[in-house]
Design a protein around this ligand. Structure first.
Ligand SMILES: Cc1ncc(COP(=O)(O)O)c(C=O)c1O
Length: 394
């Protein structure tokens, strides 16, 4: 089938809720993908953060193949070894909590919201979230997402959410009241533009939650599984959440989401209170186990730290040469370049030259290379990016 034939099928039969590039991807390996016409792309934004280990990591492929031939799915009223083992690994590498599995980031946010409410005293329901946050597309998740553009046309939204400025402790303190049950945030806002929380701010939020008896929920859907050089980004800040959400890179490409909650909170999700038919099935969990195995055996947290620092310093050098680059920021391999001009054309021009990156909030170029990335691949990508920036300048 040609590219045009595939696009025609989409136009006829797939709902047009995405802005798609006219490219049909057919194959992936490591940091590269190929389209139906044989063109090769260096993918420094693979799968919107899902392909944290790059495309078709051999350990993930082997685990999926083995598990698919053995047992793909069972109902969650039976036990399966992969789900138990995955929960144990997440717990051991975070804060000793217990897991519930679902299939996506938005579902994990939903589960966190429901748990925060049910585990709080009757009458406590309000959740405080941050301006420029992003928590997903279900009704509760868009309501938690404090950006009006995601709400438009979907009102009335569920009640019980209050928004405050990110990195402003006084603003959060001012809106906590007797009906508040939780504060939820991304410690590094992804879609919001790679906005990094201050350490003192997070310590202050932790203290605020403790003193007012409310839960701190950290959304690690985008930052989790080694993206920032730690398994979970909260570890950079010396605070621990009460509830954490996960998805994206957790399954190495297979759909899986999770929440982790301190045991005394987790016990409030009793049979009948919450569920997910597919959540944590043997296939998805086996894939998640392979992700942990690869991270450990291949030293990928260290790779994300080392190459993240390298990429950040090179991006800063580039920024010095162009007056339309306002700032470069990032932690590990979660990188943003804020421009004073729109970035979409730059992304398109990079794609034409075989480099995939992203632009968020119209002016912030976002790079999230796989944590398996090699230095030579980063060099290749940054060279293409600079060629394009030069053209923009000219
Ligand atoms: C921080 C964060 N939370 C939640 C979500 C929603 O995840 P999903 O698209 O898997 O529902 C995203 C997606 O980008 C995200 O970045």
């Amino acid at each position: 089938m040609t590219t045009q034939e595939t696009i025609e099928i989409f136009e006829k039969s797939v709902i047009g809720n995405y802005t798609r590039s006219p490219v049909v991807l057919v194959k992936g390996e490591g940091s590269y993908v190929w389209d139906a016409d044989g063109k090769k792309y260096l993918d420094l934004f693979p799968g919107w953060g899902v392909n944290g280990l790059g495309h078709c990591h051999p350990k993930v492929v082997a685990a999926i193949q083995y598990q698919a031939a053995k047992l793909i799915h069972i109902a969650n009223n039976f036990y399966s070894q992969p789900q138990g083992e995955l929960a144990e690994l997440i717990s051991k590498n975070s804060f000793g909590g217990k897991c519930f599995f679902c299939n996506s980031g938005a579902e994990s946010v939903e589960a966190a919201i429901k748990l925060a409410r049910i585990a709080s005293a009757p009458g406590k329901f309000k959740i405080i979230t941050m301006e420029n946050s992003f928590h997903g597309r279900t009704l509760a998740a868009i309501t938690a997402t404090a950006q009006a553009k995601y709400h438009k046309g979907f009102e009335p939204l569920p009640p019980g959410f209050t928004y405050v400025k990110f990195n402003d402790l006084t603003a959060a303190q001012a809106v906590v009241d007797d009906v508040t049950c939780a504060i939820m945030l991304e410690v590094i806002q992804g879609e919001g533009g790679i906005n990094i929380a201050d350490k003192d701010y997070l310590l202050g939020l932790r203290e605020l939650c403790d003193s007012r008896g409310i839960f701190l929920i950290v959304d690690e859907v985008q930052t989790g599984m080694g993206r920032t050089g730690e398994y979970f980004a909260y570890k950079h800040f010396g605070v621990e959440p009460d509830i954490m959400t996960l998805a994206k890179a957790l399954g190495g490409g297979v759909a899986i989401g999770a929440i982790v909650a301190r045991p005394e909170i987790a016990k409030r999700l009793v049979p009948g209170s919450h569920a997910s038919t597919f959540g944590g099935n043997p296939l998805a969990a086996a894939s998640g186990l392979a992700v942990f195995k690869a991270i450990e055996e291949e030293g990928l947290l260290e790779n994300a730290r080392r190459l993240g620092e390298y990429a950040l310093s090179r991006l800063k050098e580039i920024a010095d040469r162009y007056e339309f680059i306002k700032e470069v920021r990032g932690v590990g391999l979660m990188l943003g370049m804020e421009l004073t001009i729109p970035g979409e054309k730059i992304v398109k021009e990079c794609m034409a030259r075989g480099l995939l990156i992203n632009c968020t909030q119209e002016r912030i170029l976002r790079l999230m290379p796989p944590i398996t990335v090699k230095k030579e691949e980063l060099d290749e990508g940054l060279e293409i990016l600079e060629e394009v920036l030069k053209e923009v300048k000219g």
